[in-house]
Design a binder for this molecule. Sequence first.
Ligand SMILES: NC(=O)c1ccc[n+]([C@@H]2O[C@H](COP(=O)([O-])OP(=O)(O)OC[C@H]3O[C@@H](n4cnc5c(N)ncnc54)[C@H](OP(=O)(O)O)[C@@H]3O)[C@@H](O)[C@H]2O)c1
Length: 343
Amino acid sequence: MHAEKLVEVVLPGVVEPEGLEVRRGEVPVAAPGRVVIRMEATGVSFAEQQMRRGRYYDQPPFPFVPGYDLVGTVVAAGDGVPSALVGTRVAALLKVGGWASHVAVDAADVVPVPAGLDPAEAETVVINGITAWQMLHRKARVRAGGTVLVHGANGGVGSVLVQLAAAAGAKVIGTASARHHDALRAKGVVPVDYRTEDVPARVRALAPGGVDAVFDHVGGPGIVDSWRLLAPGGTLVSYGTASTRDDEGSQQLPVLKLLGRVWLWNALPNRRHAYFYNVWAGRSLGRDRFRARLRADLTSVFRALEQGEITAQVAARLPLDRIADAVRLAESGTVAGKVVLNP
Ligand SMILES: NC(=O)c1ccc[n+]([C@@H]2O[C@H](COP(=O)([O-])OP(=O)(O)OC[C@H]3O[C@@H](n4cnc5c(N)ncnc54)[C@H](OP(=O)(O)O)[C@@H]3O)[C@@H](O)[C@H]2O)c1
């Protein structure tokens, strides 16, 4: 029998998708407290679109293996890790390193994936599901009967968020280009075309008293519209700067500008709230509490998927060695949901 080999995708610098390199090497060994996961599914997130331009807020130094999250089976456990974990299907949130056939992580960072879930489907709700769940339930605290506006409703995060919001009993307005509107209507979402329509005017017509929450990953000057659309008591959750992906200059400035606005809005005498959500900010709670919260929230999302409250949106499944096609597809502005990578 042949020993397994490591296959990984390396981002060597600022390159076109064809510049990503597929490399082969040795499978990592499990150090004490760590496990090795044989990847079954990873995916292309917006973060990688920014990273390959050198424009991620927390840009890792080149070269590195991208891949924000993964689902796979534990194949080796280091000292101090219960051996029962070997053979278990798990998910892990990484930020980088997921685009590999085998990945070593701390055993405390893995979250069990329910037996009935397809790995690719589970993959679509790791970073996207945690982000959507925490923004909805920990930041905006959306209640049944409320109205929410979700920008990018067809995207990886957006497609989970609109479903979780609808499952919580909210009326959901979602912005997306027209090709996605039928699918959004089928999910109970009222779609608005951000490419051709006056979004604030449409939203005001749909919710004359304002909306209870806005989830905005677009950033830039348009964030002011998101704030103004809030009803009294409403919450703006800003969580990205998609509109500045192709800008020149500092990759941190767009986020710092948003943080400044959020600070200012919260300082105003008003009954509205603004947050800048960052999935890693919870680390200030301490490692154990951060991990416990991620585990609880991802487990809740997996349960929603198992129970059919939400449906996974796998935009396409491509093998790791077709990474250039996968990245081009994810960046094409045509996909609904997440582009998933298989070994
Ligand atoms: N803060 C955090 O912790 C955190 C965690 C996860 C994700 N995020 C952020 O969440 C966002 C979505 O990530 P994702 O992985 O779900 O991305 P994705 O699957 O690529 O989806 C992006 C969505 O944004 C839309 N979009 C892209 N550029 C836009 C623009 N300039 N104006 C308006 N809409 C635009 C796309 O619409 P089309 O398909 O029509 O182009 C698509 O619906 C990203 O900004 C990412 O940085 C933040």
